[in-house]
Design a binder for this molecule. Structure first.
Ligand code: EPU
Length: 337
């Protein structure tokens, strides 16, 4: 196994933060995982890096950093209506979405252009434009470092929630996700409920909706609002959209009649964090090379040489001002290393 020492992680995280990893290893096949567990010369502390699109690196990574390079896509089952596709976790998510579209398989077209790897999709239950990936996941397979074996969890075992799963809690740092099985539809079930999608389709002059047209609309919306990590470092939404009680929402609505919201249950509503942050005056603000994106206040950006600590500090200031103005505690969505 080829361990690289003290490598810069700048090309491996979409925030473009320049810190080093002490021990770096590319995992190119599943059988390396039992071998790593059994090799006592390797550091016991391990972490897994996929596309590096949902992390903020605030300090050098000590221990063994495993870069997921497991590749492969395979149809494992098919019936009249569905296809079950097993995808290795190191595949690029967007490439898989485009592959599914080329085959006419529907279910994930609304999730086009989300950065990162297939392995991250169950981890944070990626979602966009009215769709969450959990609705297509059949099972998730992983290597368990302590149990020393490969395990497969069904959808319900994964405890999926909004940008959440068991892999962020009980199984955090305990497993290496190796593959995900998605169940996709042969007959499309279009999801155009999210306002921006129907508007974009209309703008594009689409009358005959297809899964490709939906993906094109999603790509157009995302490209217009979200910064391209190749141009400006970022990790997508930095915060989660908070869920608040109806009582707090009603009080806020009196003071801020324009406050947007989405019902979550009879007693709770979700409020867009981007709106709250914008109201606090942060949109487009910059402190050195750390900033709040000018087109979407939910996204923090690195204009070049920001450190992870500088982005972290900025996120803390944003949290404090939202708390002071609205009494709402925002939660960071991005994983902090
Ligand atoms: N808004 C503002 N100001 C802003 C940003 C948003 O007022 O600076 C308002 C918009 O006017 C709109 C509402 O907030 O009324 C929602 O905005 P948007 O449709 O852009 O979605 P979001 O809630 O900000 C979430 C996801 C995104 C996902 C979009 C579309 C989270 C944390 N973020 O953002 O996911 O693409 O919906 O479905 O749930 C990601 O997770 O990295 C991500 C980009």
């Amino acid at each position: 196994m080829e361990i690289v020492r003290n490598i810069s992680l700048k090309p491996y995280n979409t925030f473009g933060i320049d810190v080093t990893a002490e021990f770096f290893l590319e995992v190119t096949n599943e059988q390396m995982l039992p071998a790593i567990t059994g090799d006592s010369s390797l550091p016991l502390q391990r972490c897994v890096l996929g596309g590096g699109s949902n992390i903020l690196l605030t300090k050098p990574v000590t221990g063994l950093l495993l870069h997921n390079r497991l590749r492969g896509v395979e149809v494992i089952r098919e019936d009249e209506n569905h296809v079950w596709v097993k995808v290795c976790s190191g595949e690029v998510w967007h490439d898989f979405v485009m592959f599914a579209i080329s085959k006419g398989w529907s279910g994930i077209e609304n999730l086009a252009l989300i950065p990162g790897t297939v392995g991250a999709s169950p981890m944070q239950n990626i979602g966009a434009y009215g769709v969450e990936v959990k609705d297509t996941i059949e099972s998730v397979s992983f290597w368990h470092w302590e149990e020393n074996r490969f395990i497969t969890y069904s959808n319900t075992d994964c405890d999926f929630g909004y940008r959440d799963s068991i892999f962020k809690h009980e199984l955090k740092d305990k497993v290496f996700i190796t593959a995900v099985v998605y169940r996709l539809n042969k007959t499309p079930n279009f999801n155009t409920s999210y306002g921006a999608i129907s508007q974009e389709l209309e703008k594009m002059g689409v009358t005959d909706i297809t899964i490709r047209a939906i993906a094109d609309a999603v790509i157009a919306i995302r490209s217009s609002k979200l910064p391209d990590p190749k141009e400006i470092g970022n990790s997508g939404s930095f915060f989660k959209n908070p869920t608040i009680s109806n009582a707090l929402f009603d009080a806020l609505k009196e003071q801020y009649p324009d406050i947007p919201s989405y019902p979550v249950s009879d007693s709770m509503v979700k409020v867009p964090a981007g709106w709250l942050i914008e109201q606090c005056g942060w949109k487009g603000k910059r402190e050195g090379d750390a900033g709040v994106h000018a087109k979407q206040a939910l996204v923090l950006v690195n204009y070049g040489a920001a450190t992870g600590a500088e982005i972290w500090n900025l996120s803390g200031e944003v949290l404090t001002s939202v708390k002071n103005k609205f009494g709402i505690d925002l939660e960071r969505e991005v994983q902090i290393w």
